[in-house]
Design a binder for this molecule. Structure first.
Ligand SMILES: [Zn+2]
Length: 198
């Protein structure tokens, strides 16, 4: 497995060799089979193992290796596998960046037992996402400089209005600064440990 870090930490690429890809394919198939077994287990469990009530046709269907919604399980596995492989080269977006849906890239990284954004909070990842969306060619040094400048900025009116009801934005300055500092530290560490040319 090769991990290629980028200027934007949310877009780290993960390259697998053929053997690793084969293992992932079987891991996906295994997960699917476990889910199917849970379904049949539930069919027995919900009737308290009273075999007169169990829907045996349903159980037979689920345990049929060619059953998986509409496709045989191997086809379904290959589809999911291809989707996972695309995610390995795409970017984090979803729960990990404070957007309310699961992040497919995090799912794939979990499966590989790696975490390329270790220590990054949702708010920090969201901020990184905003910075690199505003400027696709941004370097990590530039991102850090922007964050340092933010310390001295007076927020615009819409921002001040948002915080009015909560007691005014001035009250939150120490908290904003602390969060900003945490992100600067994280990015600096990322730059020094992941991006330094070997
Ligand atoms: Zn993610």
């Amino acid at each position: 497995m090769e991990i290629i870090y980028q200027q934007n930490p949310l877009t780290t690429k993960i390259i697998l060799n053929e053997e690793e890809k084969t293992k992932i394919w079987y891991k996906i198939k295994e997960e699917t089979l476990i889910q199917l077994l849970f379904s049949t287990h539930y069919e027995f469990l919900k009737h308290n193992y009273d075999i007169t009530k169990v829907n045996i046709e349903k159980v037979k269907k689920i345990l049929d290796p060619n059953y998986y919604i509409e496709e045989p399980i191997d086809n379904e596995t290959t589809k999911r596998f291809q989707w996972y492989m695309e995610e390995l080269e795409s970017e984090h977006s979803g729960d990990c960046t404070a957007c309310a849906y699961t992040c497919p890239k995090c799912q794939v990284e979990n499966m590989l037992e790696i975490d390329t954004i270790n220590g990054l909070s949702k708010d920090m990842a969201s901020k990184i996402n905003t910075l690199f969306t505003e400027n696709k060619d941004l370097t990590i040094e530039q991102a850090i400089e922007i964050l340092k400048d933010d310390h001295n900025k007076i927020p615009d009116e819409s921002f001040i209005n948002v915080w009015k009801d909560k007691g005014g934005w001035e009250e939150f300055i120490p908290q904003f600064k602390k969060e900003n500092d945490n992100l600067i530290d994280w990015l600096t560490n990322y730059k020094e440990t992941k991006l330094i040319k070997k």
